[in-house]
Design a protein around this ligand. Structure first.
Ligand SMILES: [Zn+2]
Length: 707
């Protein structure tokens, strides 16, 4: 139900994080009095409406009902306009306004403050000041009140208002979001302004008073139960008496609701409260609530315990509410997932979020529901058409940013842990496709096959098989370096192709430091390099060159390789050549130059940024295995630091990379017909690419991998 509600009321829907923020703000800064406070606006509108209704002759029951309808409609309309208007600016603006309204309508902090005002006046022996403070809280004569009576009035009011000033608002917010809360506050304002049993208000105020009783019915009893629980757990209180006095004496107090929390509090404190009350010079009651064997509440420590009890109960209610909202928001899918992996039997699921990233345009777009059928995106349903969604199959990702699964074009799943574990870590980090550029055996090729056949978990893999590099060179791992001439190199490439390699990786230069100091040096014969490229192209497989020095890039260009596996120290003329020939460059800045601020690192960053500016296709890649698997997204920050715009960095890991591998009809964008490789991240990656490290949701080929 909450999910349907979210679809209808959008930015007004209950949100656990905003609730937590509002409660903290309410406790920290209370509720300052100012003319435009939402509750005051409701009050002023009420007075205006009441005058109009009475003038028109509606001063009976009907007038009260009209007052409610008019006031509730106006308030809901204004709140929708204000939050909806902010939504036009940005999602964060709407959330800020939402949080502010929520905070303004909670009154626990202010209540505690008022009670403390009474208590501090009593402690200062300033009885007149204490009485004035009491008269703000309760409608009764304060002239005859001694210090004990002031304290009892304070605690009485505290326990009553804990229920209708805090627990009820939170309850209605959890149940029905800002609209629920606003209607409750309208009702409660009506009750306090027109809910009197006087000749003038008996009929006109009836509607507000009865609605107030109804809306507080459940929260009042919940408040009592929470008081019982807190009193049972904390040593200075009696949970048993909170239960017994609440149950036995709640009916002593006027109205169906307020007796529960007041009698519960008296029991919890093991003190009697209320006592004689005077109104308009007459003693209207001489009623004590609490265990008759307990003393009257009158000491400073009694008040301190009462404040601590109310605060603890309020925090418990807030914590439970945040937990419930969080569980509902994230839990809807649980009923539809079998074995945590497969979707409902009809293979149909809907993923909703407030925003999604159109990677091609480099823009965040508004609310969207993605319909997934099997392993494909069936439809992209824009805002306003949410009523097409059947119940029980919606994953609501709230304000997380939906985007296509990421592609890392340079990993080594064999390095730094087991290939299987590394594959899962990579996938969970939101990388639904990787290109594995070298291993010492065909282990990654076979893992690729098992994942493809759904016999193992992991991202879609394109793999190079074994490195093709010179004996004792940069890609020498355990004796796999090739000894011999062009024939031997061609044979190695062919062995990889026979084992099912998707690409061929050939090692041309050494590492960055050496490439920086000896720009012309590289470690493979031109003829051997040409043999590798010829062999691969015969099988229509691209060749990627590990080529970081300028000389090695020039050699790679001469041999007609298809891409560079790393960022390279190229000059402008070479960058132009790369662009003209359509040779791409995989960035790998995080692993090569991420931490290094030395001259080589700076030169590499500058060269990659300049190549990007020149128009060389930069493809996102990390050399994961050198950086830990699962931290692939660290490359985004490295690219942005080097001067590549965030939108371009993101394209280089999505649509741009997909085109490079000829997979752009399958992956790289969110669009109907594409493979359902969908992730959601926390935040706006266009303004802060570190959001791409905060992955909240991963779907790979229609299967939920992370949530
Ligand atoms: Zn590598």
């Amino acid at each position: 139900m909450a999910i349907r509600l979210n679809a209808v009321i959008g930015p007004l829907a209950p949100d656990p994080y905003l609730l937590a923020a509002a409660v903290v703000a309410d406790l920290a800064i209370g509720d300052p009095v100012y003319a435009w406070h939402p509750i005051r606006l409701v009050g002023r509108t009420l007075t205006w409406l009441e005058d109009k209704l009475r003038a028109a002759g509606f001063d009976g029951y009907g007038g009260g009902v009209m007052l409610f309808i008019g006031l509730a409609t106006t308030s809901l309309f204004v709140v929708s306009i204000v939050v909806g208007g902010a939504r036009l600016i940005s999602i964060d603006a709407a959330r800020a306004v939402h949080a502010f309204v929520l905070y303004s309508l909670l009154a626990l902090g202010d209540l505690l403050h008022q009670v403390w005002k009474i208590e501090s006046a009593v402690r200062a022996d300033d009885l007149p000041r204490a009485r004035r403070a009491v008269s703000v809280l309760v409608g009764r004569d304060t002239d005859c009140m001694d210090a004990g009576a002031c304290r009892r009035a304070a605690v009485e009011s505290l326990s009553e208002n804990l229920a209708d000033g805090f627990v009820s608002p939170v309850f209605w917010y959890v149940l029905a979001g800002l609209p629920g809360l606003v209607v409750f506050k309208v009702v409660s304002t009506m009750d306090s302004m027109v809910g009197y049993k006087t000749a003038r208000y008996l009929r006109f105020g009836w509607c507000g008073a009865r609605l107030d009783d109804a809306m507080n019915y459940v929260p009042a009893r919940l408040t009592w139960l929470v008081i019982v629980a807190v009193a049972a757990l904390l040593p200075p209180y009696s949970g048993r008496k909170a239960w017994a006095v609440g149950l036995g004496q709640h009916a002593l107090l006027l109205g169906p609701n307020s007796g529960w929390s007041e009698a519960g509090t008296a029991g919890a404190l093991e003190r009697r409260i209320v006592g004689p009350i005077w109104r308009e010079g007459r003693k209207v009651t001489d009623l004590w609530v609490g265990d008759p064997r307990d003393p009257p509440l009158e000491s400073a420590s009694d008040v301190a315990r009462a404040i601590a009890l109310a605060l603890a109960a309020g925090l418990v209610v807030a914590a439970i509410s945040v937990f419930v909202l969080d569980a509902v928001g994230h839990g809807e899918v649980r009923g539809t997932v079998v074995t945590g992996q497969t979707l409902r039997s009809d293979g149909r699921v809907f993923i909703r979020s407030e925003r999604w990233l159109d990677v091609a345009a480099g823009e965040l777009r508004g609310p969207l529901v993605v319909e997934v059928v099997g392993d494909r995106i069936a439809r992209m349903i824009p805002a306003g058409d949410f009523n097409q969604i059947p119940d029980g199959s919606l994953i609501d990702l709230r304000t997380a940013t939906l985007m296509p699964g990421l592609i890392d074009a340079h990993v080594h799943l064999q390095i730094g842990g087991s290939p299987e574990a590394n594959a899962v870590a990579t996938l969970r980090a939101g990388f639904t496709t990787v290109v594995d550029l070298g291993a010492t055996s065909d282990v990654v090729l076979r893992l690729r096959d098992r994942i493809r056949e759904k016999r193992a978990d992991g991202p879609r893999i394109l793999a190079a098989g074994r490195w093709v590099g010179t004996r004792n060179g940069i890609c020498e791992f355990g004796g796999i370096g090739v000894a011999g001439g062009p024939q031997a190199f061609g044979n190695r490439a062919q062995e990889n192709l026979d084992a099912g390699a998707d690409v061929i990786k050939v090692c041309v230069s050494t590492w960055l430091a050496d490439a920086f100091t000896r720009p012309d040096a590289y470690e493979i014969q031109d003829e051997a390099l040409a043999a590798v490229v010829e062999t691969s192209h015969r099988s229509r497989r691209p060749v990627l060159a590990h080529a970081i020095s300028l000389g090695s890039v020039k050699a790679a260009l001469r041999a007609q390789v298809d891409g560079l596996a790393h960022g390279a120290l190229i000059d402008d003329a070479t960058a132009v050549q790369l662009r003209e020939r359509g040779v791409f460059m995989i960035s790998t800045l995080a692993s090569l130059a991420g931490a290094g601020t030395g001259p080589a690192g700076r030169a590499l960053r500058a060269a990659v940024a300049a190549a990007h500016k020149t128009g060389v296709r930069i493809v996102f890649g990390t050399d994961a295995g050198v950086v830990p698997h699962g931290e692939n997204a660290s490359e985004f920050a490295a690219m942005v630091d080097a001067g590549i715009p965030a939108a371009d960095a993101i394209r280089s890991a999505t649509i741009g990379s997909a085109r490079t591998w000829g997979l752009d009809e399958q992956i790289g964008t969110l669009a109907a017909g594409r493979v359902a490789d969908i992730i959601a991240v926390d935040g706006d990656p266009l303004t802060d690419v570190r959001a791409l490290s905060k992955v909240l949701f991963v779907m790979h080929e229609g299967r939920i991998v992370r949530r």
